[in-house]
Every structure is written in structure tokens, then in C-alpha cells.
Design a protein around this ligand. Structure first.
Ligand SMILES: *Cc1c(COP(=O)(O)O)cnc(C)c1O
Length: 372
């Protein structure tokens, strides 16, 4: 990074050198509850809460501010994922974490981020909100893998963050692990590896190797495999140093008390989690096999996620199929306008009845179209 070479492409990594100056200088807000939160029998007159309680008295504890560092929930996640709590950050959804990463590492109008479309939209949206330049290097055609040669050529001293999504949304495939590791080693900025769908994949999470990579931030979430999208809990796994910077600049009470409580209870119910996971994988196979037999479907892409990307044959526009399905009260995601996803729809795996209904409707549509 500090060498005179133009390319931001050596294996030296110095965290403080890529943190924005204004962030280095922040003196964080210390919340009232941080020092004595364990002491249950104290009289708490420090945070201007309403000691009489909330109008819904059976929800009495909601009159208190939540644990700003979510210790109990982090401990649960730590046990589940075999990662020490000090290397875990929780955000109000992964979206908050993406926002914080931009704040820490990217100067508006100066720095750039590298993204690999077709991929998750928030990397670009959040970057634009921060005034960061977005450099797009497309995934390879059909296989949707990293184009390492082009990526390396695009890196400059102003490249601060690379976003990799694996399994990738909306294509559903895993990105090759050796390519990911190659980039992490080459790049002197931050690599964000979004593993939102990792539980649906046969690939191992890179989180277990977090100690090898001081410039890696892994994103996971409770929104998908854990079925808690409504709670808004995103997870970052990174070095304790990076986690400290996130803690320092986040809003003090970023995860509500309710979300913390429900998440803690949910994580205790691992049997149901595995049962749902198993069923989602079975249903994914069922949809794939069924759709592959339908004449208007050109391709069902391999999926390591809880959705399938499908392509309709050239003379049967996916847009028409999308509209037809809406008419049958089924909403899927039209991705046909996205680069490299011409004529593609993204279909989330539902429960068996929903999937059966979807498949039958697509069959009907296919029969109608082919008759014409
Ligand atoms: C769904 C999804 C997330 C999860 O976002 P949350 O804000 O945690 O709900 C993150 N990354 C990708 C690629 C996703 O598809």
C-alpha cells in the first residue's frame, strides 16, 4: 500500500493505513449501560429510561436499553460457528455492516470498490450512497466465476474494498475457493466475502480460516437459513481489530432488545433449523428436476443457495412468464435486465405445496406457448 508501485497488489496488509483519517480520530460515544450491564441488582438511574415501565407491562424489560455489544447473542453465535465472540460483529441486517465497512475504509469521491456483477445489489447501492466509485468486473459467462486476470488489472491504490458473494446472488453458484483465497492474498485492501447462503452450500465457510486473513471480512446473516429476515440481524466475522473499528463507529444500540431476545431463543432450536434446512435442499432438487423437464426452460443453473436461477428459451421471454405467474398470484424475481442474466428468473425455494403450484403453472404456460 505504501510502496510506490501503482498497483494495490502486494501481500502486505496494514490495517491502520487503510482506515479513513476521520474514523481514526473518532472518540466513540460511550453508552451509559456499557460498564455495569452485568450487575442485575443495581438501581439504574443512568440512562434516562422510564423506570416505571412501558404501557405494555408484560413487556416490562423493554423500558431498558439493550446490550450495545449483544454479548449473550454473540456467545450463542460463537458456539454455533466456532468463532470467538471478539471476532464477531452484529449489525441491523448485513446492510448495516456493508454501510459501516464503506465508512471505515472508503473516502468519498476518491476511493473505489470492485464488484463482480451479476451480484447482490447492495454493494453498489451502498457504495454510491457513500460517493465511492464502483468498478465492475463481470463474472465469466455461464459459469459465473471470477475473471482473475481482469480483476488484477483493475486494482489501483484507490481500490479499498472488493466484494465477493459466494454462493452468489442471483446466480446461486459457489465462487471457486482457490480464486477467493488468491484474491485475498493478493489484495492489500479489504475483501468482503458475503456468505449469506453458505448454510445451503456444500462448500465450507472461510470463517474457520479467519485468522489466516487479516484483510478478510465475512458476512453471514440470520435472514436466510435461520428464517429470521424480519429481525434484521447480520453477522460479520473478521479479525478482532476490524471488529473493534466496527464497534467504535456503529450506532450504540443497533440491535433492538426484542431482536436480541428472539434470536437467542431461535439459535437454541437447532433441530428445527436443520429440519428446515434439509427440506429446503430437498425442495431445491425437486424444483430443479421438475423445471428441467419443461420445454420452454433452457436451463436451471446449479444452485448452492435457497433459490434457483432459471433461463427460458430465447423465443419464450422470461418477462412474459413472469407476468403470467403474477397473474397466478406467484411472485418470483425477474432478473432479465441484469447483466449476463438475459431471460432469467430467480425463484426462491418455498414449501412443497408452493413449489408444486409453481411448477404446475409453469407447465401450463409451457403447453400454451408451444401450441401457439
Ligand atoms: C439476503 C442477502 C443478505 C442478507 O441481508 P440482511 O440485511 O442480513 O437481511 C446479504 N447478502 C446477500 C447476497 C443476500 O442475498
Amino acid at each position: 500500500m505504501n510502496n510506490s508501485k501503482d498497483k494495490n497488489c502486494s501481500s502486505s496488509f496494514n490495517l491502520n493505513s487503510i482506515i479513513r483519517k476521520n474514523i481514526l480520530e473518532v472518540d466513540p460515544y460511550i453508552s451509559a449501560r456499557i460498564e455495569h450491564d452485568k450487575e442485575k441488582n443495581y438501581v439504574f438511574l443512568d440512562a434516562n429510561e422510564n423506570s416505571f415501565g412501558s404501557p405494555l407491562s408484560f413487556l416490562n424489560s423493554y423500558n431498558r436499553y439493550p446490550d450495545p455489544l449483544q454479548k449473550e447473542l454473540k456467545e450463542k453465535i460463537s458456539n454455533l460457528k466456532n468463532i470467538p465472540s471478539s471476532k464477531i460483529f452484529l449489525g441491523n441486517g448485513s446492510d448495516e455492516i456493508i454501510d459501516l465497512i464503506y465508512r471505515i475504509f472508503s473516502r468519498p469521491e476518491v476511493d473505489n470498490s470492485i464488484i463482480f456483477p451479476p451480484t447482490y445489489g447492495m454493494y453498489e447501492v451502498s457504495g454510491k450512497i457513500h460517493g465511492v466509485n464502483i468498478v465492475k468486473i463481470y463474472l465469466t459467462k455461464e459459469k459465473y466465476q471470477l475473471d482473475l486476470e481482469k480483476i488484477e488489472k483493475s486494482l489501483t491504490k484507490k481500490s479499498k474494498i472488493i466484494f465477493i458473494c459466494s454462493p452468489n446472488n442471483p446466480t446461486g453458484n459457489d465462487i471457486k475457493r482457490k480464486d477467493i483465497e488468491y484474491l485475498i492474498k493478493k489484495f492489500t485492501g479489504i475483501v468482503v466475502l458475503d456468505e449469506a447462503y453458505i448454510d445451503f452450500s456444500n462448500q465450507k465457510s472461510l470463517s474457520l480460516d479467519i485468522d489466516k486473513y487479516p484483510n478478510l471480512i465475512i458476512l453471514q446473516t440470520l435472514s436466510k437459513s435461520w428464517g429470521l429476515a424480519g429481525l434484521r440481524i447480520g453477522i460479520a466475522i473478521a479479525s478482532a481489530d476490524i471488529i473493534q473499528w466496527m464497534n467504535k463507529i456503529k450506532h450504540p444500540y443497533n440491535i433492538s432488545l426484542h431482536s436480541q431476545k428472539i434470536a437467542i431463543q431461535s439459535l437454541e432450536n437447532r433441530d428445527l433449523f436443520f429440519y428446515h434446512l434439509k427440506n429446503i435442499l430437498l425442495e431445491r432438487e425437486y424444483i430443479k428436476k421438475s423445471l428441467e423437464k419443461i420445454p420452454i426452460i433452457e436451463k436451471v443453473y446449479p444452485s448452492s443457495a435457497n433459490f434457483l436461477l432459471i433461463k427460458t428459451k430465447l423465443n419464450f421471454s422470461s418477462k412474459n412468464l413472469y407476468q403470467y405467474l403474477v397473474g397466478k398470484k406467484i411472485v418470483v424475481r425477474d432478473r432479465s435486465k441484469i447483466i449476463l442474466c438475459n431471460n432469467c428468473l430467480r425463484i426462491t425455494v418455498g414449501i412443497h405445496k408452493e413449489n408444486e403450484y409453481l411448477i404446475n403453472q409453469i407447465k401450463k404456460y409451457s403447453i400454451q406457448k408451444i401450441k401457439k
